[in-house]
Structure formats: C-alpha cells, structure tokens
Design a protein around this ligand. Structure first.
Ligand code: FE
Ligand code: FE
Ligand code: ZN
Length: 273
C-alpha cells in the first residue's frame, strides 16, 4: 500500500481487497523526507482497524536505511530516520515497524552486528509502543540477518529486548537456503531452536523467482515461482504459524493483491491443495 492517499484510505482499500492487515512504507522506499502525519487521519485508521478487527499493521522502513553502514553520514541518516519513524508511529500505537538489519559493505558480519546494536540502542526509546522487527534477508551482497544465528544475536543484544521481534519473508528464507518446499517443519524447528517462533510477529508472503539458496532476493507472484502454490498454502495453513499476520510483497498492483488474497482464501476454504 502507498501512504500517499492517507492512512484511512489504506485501511479501507485493504478491506475491499479482502485483507485485514497491510504494509506500507514509512516514507518513499528509496528516499528520506516525509510530511507530518495527519493526526485525524491516523485516528480514523485506528477506529477502522478496531471496528474491523484488523491484525497489527506493518510499517516498513525505507530500503536506504542501513543501520550497519560504515560511512558516518549514512549511519546518522539511518538513526535519524529510525528515531523519527518510531516517534511518528505513536500516532498508530502498538503496531509493527520492520526494517532490513543492514549491509556491512565489506566491514564483516561481526562488525556490522555491533554497529546495528549500537545504533538501535541510541534510537529506540522506552515510551515507544511499536514492536520492531528484524527482517530475515535473502543474503544478497553483504546483507546481515540472512540466517537465524545472526537474527538471534541481534535479538539477544539490544536494549529493550521485549520491544523486538522478527519478520520472516518466504522468498528471503528460500533464497537464503532454508528449504520451505521440502522441509517446512524442519525450518520451523530450526527457528524454534534458535530465537523461537514466538518472536515471529509478521510474515512476508512471497513466491521466489530463484532456486533454493540463490541469495538474489527476487520476489515472484503467488504460485508462479520456485515455492509454488502448494508450499504457499502449507505455510499459511500451518498451525505453528496460525496467529501471525501475512503480508504480500509480490510484484503486483493493488488488484493483483486482491486476486492473490481471494485465491489463497478459496483454496484454504476448500482445502483443495
Ligand atoms: Fe523488506
Ligand atoms: Fe520482505
Ligand atoms: Zn525481498
């Protein structure tokens, strides 16, 4: 969803499309500046969410936010945007804020992990009611957080640990080498034995253009990629994932998301998979 038409608009639109949660970018995904939140509009969305029993919604940080950046100006930008977003989100309290942990650009994973933890400890504040999610990444370039070990280190090391959780992304997991097609239960076991499934607060539901372990991060439409419809349905119907909101990030316009939501709902209702 795009916030350009306002907060309440996004809520109404996702209801029309058959969903009960949505994701939007806190600002232009590749840019930085942002206009002030219209408090009445945010309030209207809160009411709409309450009336329609929404799951928590997810605000995605811009892609340009790199909390592991070596260059100080990039790092300072990341911290400033992160702090501002968390402050603004108090207009939509107790929802989810998701970000890509960061890329160390050659400085090394351990260095990057420390850089991220230090940055977060500077910007996350006690009064924030948002749940902050580390997104599990595909492992493109020098991305941090493409395996459960790194995510666990982040979760264990930040201040205010109770404010943090994890966003899985089915495309990223598969491209990061976790075989959701042949061993979904095994991957869920690995999560349980690492940071724990209880920390998973959102799932990006995407098919993948690439094979297992490709580490390229190319999303595909539901049922048209290397995961396939069967695996997608196994994931959304898995009892171990039943209370977690699913968010589509497939290459689609809004109508396309509506079709994917209908397809998944129909298949689940008919158990025709
Ligand atoms: Fe993302
Ligand atoms: Fe994602
Ligand atoms: Zn992705």
């Amino acid at each position: 969803m795009s916030v350009s038409k306002g907060y309440k608009y996004m809520g109404k639109r996702i209801l029309e499309l058959g969903g009960n949660t949505f994701q939007y970018f806190s600002r232009n995904p590749r840019g930085g500046s942002v206009k002030d939140i219209d408090k009445n509009d945010a309030q209207a969305l809160r009411e709409l969410m309450e009336e329609n029993h929404f799951a928590p919604i997810l605000t995605h940080a811009p892609y340009t936010l790199n909390m592991a950046a070596a260059k100080d100006d990039t790092y300072d930008f990341a911290k400033r945007v992160f702090r501002e977003d968390l402050e603004r989100l108090e207009e939509l309290p107790s929802n989810l804020y998701n970000f890509h942990p960061g890329s160390h650009t050659g400085m090394g994973v351990d260095w990057g992990l420390e850089r991220i933890i230090k940055g977060l400890n500077e910007v996350v504040f006690k009064e924030s009611t948002s749940t902050i999610l580390f997104e599990v990444m595909a492992g493109k370039g020098s991305e941090i957080g493409s395996n459960f070990e790194e995510i666990k280190i982040l979760l264990d090391s930040v201040n205010y640990r109770e404010k943090f959780g994890v966003c899985l992304d089915t495309c990223h997991l598969y491209e990061g080498g976790y075989d959701l097609v042949n061993d979904l239960e095994g991957v869920l076991d690995q999560i349980e034995n690492s940071f724990g499934l209880a920390k998973v607060k959102a799932i990006h539901l995407n098919d993948s253009k690439n094979p297992l372990g490709a580490r390229k991060d190319r999303h595909e439409k539901i049922g048209e990629g290397s995961l396939g419809l069967g695996t997608i349905l196994n994931i959304v119907s898995n009892p171990r994932l039943k209370d977690i909101p699913f968010l589509l990030e497939t290459p689609n316009e809004e109508e396309g998301y509506g079709r994917e939501i209908s397809l998944i709902k129909e298949m689940l209702e008919n158990e025709s998979y």
